[in-house]
Design a protein around this ligand. Structure first.
Ligand code: FAD
Ligand code: FMN
Length: 770
């Protein structure tokens, strides 16, 4: 076959040499616009897994690369005058020039034709080729030419970065954070040969502009960075090899994704994109070269032994690589975002120890237990720091550190999230609730929240919802609270809510959001909300907009229920302002269309929920906390965004809220949420740092490892766990045993099960290791 590679970067060169090595009869030509050995860039990093892959494909190239590697294990943070180092991270780095030279030499050795100093204008210049590989980099002309068919999605990110080098050795992958008068800068520094290190300086666009770097020459920018990072540089000079760039040498990262990775051009020649031409990954996880190399390996494998290129092979290349690349881009995305917001969200707020932990877990792919495997001593030291323990005391998993809100001390960070059970009759909690909540209180969580409890009969979601509008209900709740206090050391809280436009519906298992059927014993009741609304278009009842009199009645109902909750002995109160129910309906612009003081701006939309909050805060005992559950994202165009959620949290904080419980969605049936592990935790994190109020994270938090990572990184103060507690009331006790944490009290009658469970987990862990 005649194969042409446009572009002599890692992708083009490695693909060419692999094809030639497998089938020497192929004719391979790599065309590169630059001269040999004339390249831009400093070091690149690889993982061990990529190198293993390369060893299998072409041991000679792998050996040459390995001989030139700089290897390092540690990550060091330089921050606020401190240096913190943790080990076990395992990177290898190589100079980009060195890597390309090795690949070029190997190509020549195998008989690949290398054409330098030659610009390819069009793929149509090669009508007799059997395959054209467009490995022409991030600004791929080939991709642009066929943009309609490749459907690239190009996203320019807000931070600015400058890719520099320095003749200085760094034993560890070093992150240096420096504050200037206009904001924070960070340097990512890694050694790639005996004497040289890459030194990437990054900052937000606003900080960059404030320093006038927009109009600075390369030399002025370098002088600026040398002053800023003077301590770390210790006299060494920064170097640029981007002097050919016009204007400022500071770049914005551009993320590239493509729907289609290959096509046949009008001459019928198969044309395939590879490397940065088809995808990019942010340097925060440094995997661009790895991805380019792996693309080459995949396609060479699929074409192995073929005499011609068939479309199926190209389709498989696209399918397999797209998924792998997406996975990595997602991880790179989290890490990239972390660096974009760290200046305003973490640098000022977190102490160096916690900042280091947050930095290490930024991609959300490295968890607490991964860190333990990498550097147990460092992690245990950090656990002690977090638990404010002495060096000679045992380390405590972050999940099992106590938490205090006002006078209430929770024994750990786990909350049984409120979960509607729809098992009340006339709003009365009964034996069902005693058993349900009692079992969970014995299960180890620090706080057990009872489900949304309604402030009047017409505030209910379904006829099965419990209430707190009369004396009998108060006494029924008091029986449950007393039982929990007498039989466990868990605290118990209640969530007060009003269903608003989402009321008068069937129980979950009888049809959920549908209105009550005509034949039901109880007729539908009239609904009120911020504005007239039909939750299920054409199906739900239409609610009526609340008048001021309605608002006063409902506010007073909340106050009366709060008083009863206090008398019943609850330790914690939560105001339900989420999920499209009454108060959430006021906050979201999707459901609030009022033109009075309670509609329009966010300030107006918050007016009524804050009025209710202040009224209940005034009657709830001073010594007890109130949390507010919000929908931090409506997942809908025109709806609440995470940035709005910060403002919402600030407003409740100013009104006296103790914590914000950060849920999302359920405001509109048309919502488009992005689910995934811990998917709402970023909202809790952002609100905690930017609004400066403690938060509860919730949503797909299902393992102790998740809770530990969230709490340790300071992303939230508590973690609410819902569905796992339906499956297992003793979720916390079970997870403690799973991670080998034995210093946890079990209910006395259950103690004989504790050591058995712990031994079982220990056995399966050692079995897994064996
Ligand atoms: C600041 C920064 C730090 C990075 N750090 C790392 C890191 O630590 N680890 C890592 O793995 N990756 C890193 N990368 C990314 C890495 O450099 C790329 O992902 C990788 O080089 C992609 O290889 P490629 O072959 O696809 O493209 P490139 O390396 O960009 O090669 C494309 C080649 O095509 C040539 N070309 C383009 N158009 C034409 C044309 N029309 N005719 C002829 N030739 C043409 C170009 O001259 C170039 O040589 C970093 C990138 C940046 C910006
Ligand atoms: C059966 C069930 C009932 C729920 N009822 C409530 C509720 O009454 N109040 C509330 O704020 N959230 C309610 N939720 C949402 C949960 O509290 C939690 O936010 C959500 O399930 C995500 O957590 P998870 O992934 O741990 O399940 C309910 C969830 C479930 C599964």
């Amino acid at each position: 076959m005649k194969i042409v590679c446009i572009g002599g970067g890692p992708a083009g060169l490695y693909f060419a040499l692999l094809m030639k090595q497998r089938q020497p009869a192929h004719q391979l030509r790599v065309i590169e616009r630059h001269r040999p050995y004339d390249t831009c860039g400093w070091g690149v990093v690889f993982s061990d897994a990529t190198l293993d892959n390369m060893r299998r494909c072409d041991p000679e190239t792998a050996a040459a690369i390995e001989a030139s590697f700089a290897h390092w294990d540690d990550i060091e943070l330089r921050f606020k005058g401190r240096r913190i180092r943790s080990g076990g991270h395992g990177f290898v780095g190589i100079g980009r020039k060195k890597l390309l030279n090795i690949l070029q030499q190997r190509c020549e050795q195998l008989g690949v034709e290398l054409v330098f100093d030659s610009e390819v204008e069009s793929d149509l210049d090669f009508p007799d080729a059997d395959l054209i590989v467009a490995a022409d980099g991030i600004n791929s002309r080939t991709r642009t030419r066929y943009a309609e068919r490749f459907q690239p999605e190009l996203l320019v990110r807000p931070n600015r970065y400058l890719w520099l080098g320095v003749n200085q050795r760094f034993e560890a992958f070093t992150f240096d954070f420096q504050r200037s008068e206009h904001g924070w800068f960070q340097a990512h520094i890694y050694q790639f040969d005996d004497a040289t290190s890459t030194f990437i300086v990054e900052c937000p666009e606003t900080v960059w502009r404030a320093h006038g770097l927009e109009t600075a020459s390369v030399d002025e920018s370098i002088a600026f960075c040398e002053r800023l990072f003077a301590e770390t540089l210790a006299g060494a000079r920064l170097m640029s090899n981007a002097r050919h760039l016009r204007g400022s040498a500071w770049l914005n990262f551009q993320q590239v994704r493509c729907q289609q990775w290959w096509l046949r051009n009008e001459q019928g020649v198969p044309l395939v994109l590879m490397g940065d031409a088809v995808h990019t990954a942010h340097f925060a996880i440094g995997s661009g070269t790895k991805l380019a190399i792996e693309d080459a390996i995949e396609l060479a494998g699929l074409l192995d032994g073929a005499e011609a290129v068939d479309d199926d092979a190209l389709q498989r290349y696209q399918q397999d690589r797209r998924i792998e690349v997406l996975r990595l881009q997602n991880a790179a995305w989290n890490a990239m975002e972390w660096f974009e917001v760290c200046g305003r969200r973490y640098c000022d707020q977190l102490e160096p120890e916690q900042f280091m932990y947050s930095l290490l877990t930024r991609s959300q792919r490295i968890s607490h237990e991964n860190l333990r495997l990498r550097d147990k001593t460092w992690l245990e030291g950090y656990e002690r720091w977090l638990a404010r323990r002495q060096a000679d005391e045992p380390a405590v998993p972050p999940m099992f550190t106590p938490y205090r809100a006002r006078s209430v001390e929770l024994k750990n960070r786990v909350v049984v999230s409120p979960m509607a059970q729809y098992m009340a009759v006339d709003g009365m909690p009964g034996d069902y609730h005693l058993v349900h909540l009692g079992a969970r209180a014995m299960g180890g969580a620090g706080l057990v929240m009872a489900e949304m409890t309604c402030t009047s009969p017409d505030a209910r979601i379904t006829p099965g919802c419990p209430g707190l509008w009369n004396e009998a209900q108060q006494q029924a709740w008091a029986r449950i609270v007393d039982w929990v206090h007498a039989n466990s050391d868990a605290k118990i809280g209640i969530q007060l809510g009003h269903a608003g436009a989402k009321g008068s519906t069937r129980r979950e298992w009888d049809g959920g959001d549908l209105p009550l059927p005509d034949e039901a014993g109880e007729p539908n009741w009239a609904l009120v909300s911020a504005s007239p609304q039909q939750y299920l278009k054409g199906i739900s009842q239409t609610s009526k907009a609340m008048t001021r009199a309605d608002m006063e009645r409902v506010r007073d109902d909340f106050v009366a229920a709060t008083r009863r909750a206090a008398v019943a002995g609850f330790d914690w109160l939560e105001l339900h302002c989420a999920h499209g129910y009454l108060l959430s309906g006021f906050i979201s612009p999707l459901t609030n269309h009022r033109d009075d003081d309670y509609g329009g701006s966010l300030e107006n939309r918050l007016r009524y929920p804050l009025e209710v909050f202040r009224a209940i805060r005034a009657v709830w005992p001073e010594r007890l906390p109130i949390s507010v559950r919000i929908s931090a994202h409506d997942w809908m165009p025109g709806g609440i965004t995470p940035a709005d959620a910060v403002e919402i949290a600030r407003a409740f904080k100013a009104a006296g809220a103790d914590l914000i419980d950060c849920s999302s969605g359920q405001v509109s049936k048309q919502q488009q949420p992005t689910y995934g592990r811990m998917f709402q935790t970023p909202f809790a994190d952002r609100i905690r740092q930017e609004a400066g109020i403690p938060t509860i994270a919730v949503g797909a938090i299902s393992e102790a490892d998740h809770v530990n990572t969230i709490i340790a990184a300071g992303r939230s103060d508590l973690c609410a766990v819902a569905r796992p507690h339906l499956a297992n009331p003793a979720w916390t006790l079970t997870e403690a045993a799973r991670i080998g944490w034995r210093d946890i009290a079990w209910p006395k009658p259950y103690r004989s099960a504790k050591s058995q469970l712990e031994a079982g987990f220990a056995r399966s862990a050692s079995g897994a290791k064996a």
